[in-house]
Design a protein around this ligand. Structure first.
Ligand code: PGA
Length: 244
């Protein structure tokens, strides 16, 4: 696991965009795994800028998003489908993009179909955020690592963390469809981003704690190609002082 500490959120976003750009330059038909949440917003903004100045071309790129609330209408501004269109897809020339279908009539069938689509394709670079509870995608702390794309009940802490995007906490969906830990771990490369002081504790736990499904992100230590980019605020002071 490679850890990069950047001075600011903007620098973190630029570094992440550079890694995505290098990936697409090396393999124009790359398959990307994409994430929602506030953390990757700067990355998407920088990728859009690079696209507009002609420094990146997504025309052969395919993407798979990590997760989606369930059930949720794509027209709902809080759906991840809406988020991705607004913050990225509507501004670039990406070829094909997939997100678990929050409008599917049967979530079990949707999970199986989504898992199969990804397995047929193979993700080259997976972008991840991290929840305060260590979740990646919506793989919440548990007694075991869930392997495949599955339907999940959201943790109370996730509902509270995501309530900031909704008018009322009671509006936050209680369930979601998420790629599994196995789905994520099959990606060839993984890029995890964490910004801000609220992430410092879980980042410390990720870097220093043991591998346990109680902290789903800890499984990433078993992957052969993970880059973690954190900003100054997400790095613990002693870690920061060692590096600068
Ligand atoms: P955030 O969410 O980027 O909004 O902090 C991260 C996550 O929950 O995975």
């Amino acid at each position: 696991m490679r850890v990069l500490i950047e001075q600011s959120y903007e620098a973190l976003s630029r570094k992440a965009a550079q890694i995505v750009q290098e990936q697409i330059t090396a393999k124009p038909d790359s398959v990307l795994g994409l994430a929602t949440g506030s953390t990757p917003l700067g990355l998407y903004a920088e990728l859009i800028r690079l696209f507009k100045v002609g420094e990146i071309d997504f025309s052969k790129v395919v993407s798979y998003n990590l997760d989606e609330y369930f059930p949720i209408k794509k027209s709902n501004e809080q759906s991840y489908d809406f988020f991705m269109r607004k913050n990225f897809f509507d501004h670039v020339n990406i070829s094909k993009k997939f997100i678990p279908d929050g409008e599917a009539s049967n979530y079990s069938a949707e999970c199986a179909a989504y898992e199969k689509k990804i397995a047929d394709s193979e993700i080259d670079l997976q972008i991840l955020g991290i929840g305060n509870n260590g979740h990646i995608g919506f793989n919440e702390p548990s007694n075991f690592f869930e392997e495949k794309t599955h339907y999940v009940q959201l943790d109370e802490s996730t509902i509270q963390a995501n309530a900031r995007f909704f008018a009322h906490e009671s509006d936050v969906p209680r369930h979601a469809i998420t790629m599994g830990i196995g789905t994520i771990m099959r990606a060839k490369k993984i890029l995890l981003l964490a910004s801000g002081a609220t992430k410092a504790e879980i980042i410390h736990e990720l870097l220093n704690g043991k591998i346990s499904p109680k902290n789903p992100s800890s499984v990433l230590k078993l992957h052969r190609d993970v880059t973690v980019i954190i900003d100054r605020d997400a790095s613990l002071p002693f870690l920061f002082e060692e590096r600068f």
